[in-house]
Design a binder for this molecule. Structure first.
Ligand code: LLP
Length: 401
């Protein structure tokens, strides 16, 4: 990929996504489940650009959404409502109402209190709402604590006995239609065993529901498949599918999988230009035009992203921190990495930036968010304009006088 030409054409900071790579990842995962009915519901939060969602919709993907805003994005991008799921621990009444009216596939329910709200809203609307219950199997997914979700210590889902009560309530309700069961134990998972164990627990639960005449149609295994940022060993999609399917022997269900990072992370690059080099005593800093408001993962999780310097200087390398212009010591993209001495306007390419990159961005320090560009069949095109100062103040300006 000609990063230099892209940076010259679109300026920096810039996100670039390889849509062909996304397609290849989609097909890899989809074909791993081919022996079984399945829907891949792309986790929109990973990269919610409309053109990215549309790209997956065109491949046949559904959408896993965690706000009504994401549901609206999915609809706008062409995902059929019957392939849209709505998850998340705190949906408000308006969101629940709109999800029901949009006739999405189902709402993933995360608490008894939420089930009661959904029932009341569905009753008001005089419809039966399709629901699935998110079970928290209390399994340690062995990932970063901020992205672990399947332990009782995490806020997500309900324990098995609560879930059972909720299914029985739903079955007996005129306003609820229990169609699925859901678990998601965490993100950036690199070990298969916890996924297998969680799937086994949830499949057992499913069997016990069958025994009391509650027949579900969807087995929603969440997302979470990890990717290589560095030298991690990752899970092969085929092994993943086999592990899940082995827990479902004798059960006839559609598998729903909600991948986000697996589909987009390594399709994305964040391009940022060097502003200056600076030395504070012994410490070397490379100051770039991208910052934590553009790419938050390093600051928030101390996450590693591979950096590549595009420079004429192929000389000796020295340790440096790569930092942005934001007024926070936590504003860094990489720490203590080896880089040659860089010149003003040399380019730094941040790899694996296609998931949880742009979407976790903000306007902190009144910084405009970057533009986004897609590459498909060797052609590049803009899929989000760079924000302008006027965009940033649009909702405030009228209150000045
Ligand atoms: N399904 C549910 C219910 C989820 O909570 C998530 C992610 C996914 C699917 C998609 O997971 P994935 O396949 O992308 O691992 N900002 C963090 C990641 C947060 C993940 C939140 N939930 C990061 O940058 O690592």
């Amino acid at each position: 990929m000609d990063f230099k030409a892209l940076a010259n054409k679109y300026n920096t900071p810039l996100y670039v996504y390889d849509l062909d790579y996304m397609s290849a990842q989609y097909e890899k995962l989809k074909s791993a489940f081919k022996a079984h009915p399945s829907i891949l519901a792309y986790a929109v939060k990973a990269n919610s650009n409309l053109s990215v969602i549309k790209h997956f919709a065109d491949l046949g993907s559904g959408a896993d959404c965690v706000s009504i805003g994401e549901v609206r994005r999915a609809i706008l991008a062409g995902v059929p409502p019957y392939k849209i799921l709505f998850s998340g621990v705190g949906k408000n009444d308006d969101e629940i109402k709109e999800a029901i009216q949009t006739d999405i596939l189902y709402i993933n329910v995360e608490s008894e209190a939420e089930l009661n709200r959904i029932e009341a809203i569905a009753k008001e609307l005089n419809v039966k709402c399709r629901i699935s219950i998110r079970v928290n199997p209390n399994i340690d997914p062995k990932t970063h604590p901020y992205i672990s979700t399947g332990l009782h210590a995490n806020k997500f889902g309900v324990d098995i006995s609560t879930a059972k009560r909720m299914y029985i309530k739903s079955k007996n309700s005129d306003s609820l239609d229990p169609v699925g069961i859901h678990f998601h134990i965490g993100s950036q998972l690199t070990e298969l065993k916890p996924i297998y164990e969680a799937s086994e627990i949830v499949a057992d639960m499913l069997r016990s529901l069958q025994a009391i005449d509650i027949e579900l149609r969807f087995f929603d295994i969440g997302g979470g498949l990890g990717v290589k940022y560095d030298d991690e060993t990752t899970i092969d999609p085929y092994d993943y599918a086999q592990a899940i399917l082995s827990t479902l022997k004798g059960l006839n269900l559609t598998i729903i999988c909600e991948p986000g990072r697996f589909l987009t992370a390594n399709a994305g690059y964040f391009l940022t230009k060097v502003l200056y080099e600076k030395q504070n005593g012994e410490k070397r800093f490379v100051i770039v035009d991208g910052a934590m408001n553009d790419i938050l993962r390093p600051s928030l999780y101390n996450a590693y992203h591979k950096l590549e310097a595009v420079t004429q200087n192929d000389g000796e390398k020295f340790k440096a921190d790569v930092v942005g212009p934001v007024c926070e010591s936590g504003d860094f993209i990489a720490k203590e990495i080896e880089l040659p001495i860089l010149q003003h306007n040399d380019l730094i390419v941040v790899h694996s930036a296609g998931a949880y990159g742009f979407g976790m961005g903000s306007n902190y320090n009144t910084r405009a968010r970057s533009a986004e560009v897609a590459i498909e069949n060797g052609n590049d095109r803009l899929i989000r304009k760079r924000e302008s100062f006027d965009d940033l103040i649009a909702l405030e300006k009228e209150f000045l006088d």
